[in-house]
Ligand binder design. Structure first.
Ligand SMILES: [Zn+2]
Length: 294
């Protein structure tokens, strides 16, 4: 598959009933079918392979958060961020750099837990009354003393492979990136804005181009801290580029032949396979990006 985002492969069933039913969750916790994994910021504890979650089969110290079930097993996450009690022997891997090699089950579990704990650390006060929040529904809700409920937040961001009338790909670089790195355009959706309008606005702002058509390709979570990447292909009606944003240092359209040559020579460096950009570029290229690094 030329378009299969590494972080868009969730398979476990998120069972809201078990989140909300304390007795049922307690039964599952002690059933022998419970598995516990460990999360610290963007990292999860892995076994010797480096790309498989390591599981405890009995509840470790800490508050287990119910993530979901798969093939008869029930998975709980433990947030060990900042804890020093007995977790130092675990080997952690940052999923931004290794998650593409995880199984579909493990990356889905890891992303859900990383996202949830990021939000848990950030959501300290009630949005309505300013009161302190406490965990509820196995960590999937937070509630204040006035019973206002706060849910995990996700920020939609659009990322788009823009093509010109000659079907060349627009690649651009941000001045903060390491030398040689290029990617596709991206930006957050604003309040009250459709994803398609955000795509047109960002493209106009960054390269001064007019998007005449776009097609949705797929999505993946990017919980660092809380984005959902919505991947599109977009077509502009003109090849002119007017850089209009300090976030863009350089931008140009590239043919498939030039793209292959410049990536193979190392002249143009690309984001890795955990990123949505990688899959959108591969989708445009029509052949595996991996081949260019062989
Ligand atoms: Zn409140």
């Amino acid at each position: 598959m030329l378009f299969e985002p590494s972080f868009g492969r969730e398979v476990a069933l998120r069972d809201t009933r078990i989140r909300e039913d304390d007795a049922e969750r307690e039964r599952v916790l002690n059933s022998g079918d419970a598995r516990f994994f460990f999360v610290s910021g963007p990292s999860v504890a892995v076994n010797g392979t480096g790309v498989e979650l390591v599981f405890a089969t009995s509840a470790p110290a800490g508050k287990p958060v119910y993530i979901g079930s798969d093939k008869g097993l029930h998975f709980f996450a433990i947030d060990v961020h900042g804890r020093t009690d007995g977790f130092s022997e675990l080997n952690f891997a940052d999923i931004r750099f290794t998650g593409m090699d995880f199984s579909a089950r493990d990356i889905g579990l890891a992303l859900a837990a990383v996202a949830l704990f990021e939000w848990t650390h950030a959501a300290r006060f009630c949005e309505t009354c300013g009161g302190d929040l406490k965990s509820s529904a196995s960590g999937w809700e937070r509630v204040c003393d006035n019973n206002h409920v706060v849910f995990p937040r996700t920020d939609p961001a659009v990322i788009m492979a823009i093509r010109d009338p000659q079907d060349r790909l627009l690649i651009a670089r941000n001045p903060r990136w390491p030398a040689g790195y290029y990617s596709v355009l991206a930006g957050f959706c604003e309040a009250g804005e459709t994803v398609e309008a955000a795509l047109r606005r960002e493209t106009a702002e960054e390269i001064g181009a007019n998007v005449v058509r776009c097609e949705y390709r797929g999505s993946q979570p990017w919980p660092f801290p809380r984005s959902l990447m919505l991947g599109y292909a977009g077509w502009v009606d003109d090849s002119e580029i007017v850089i209009g944003d300090e976030e863009v240092q350089d931008a140009f359209y590239i043919t498939r032949a030039d793209f292959r040559e410049r990536v193979m020579s190392g002249d143009v460096k690309l984001p890795g396979p955990a990123s949505m950009a990688y899959w959108l570029m591969q989708d445009w290229l029509g052949s595996p990006l991996e081949d260019l690094y062989a």
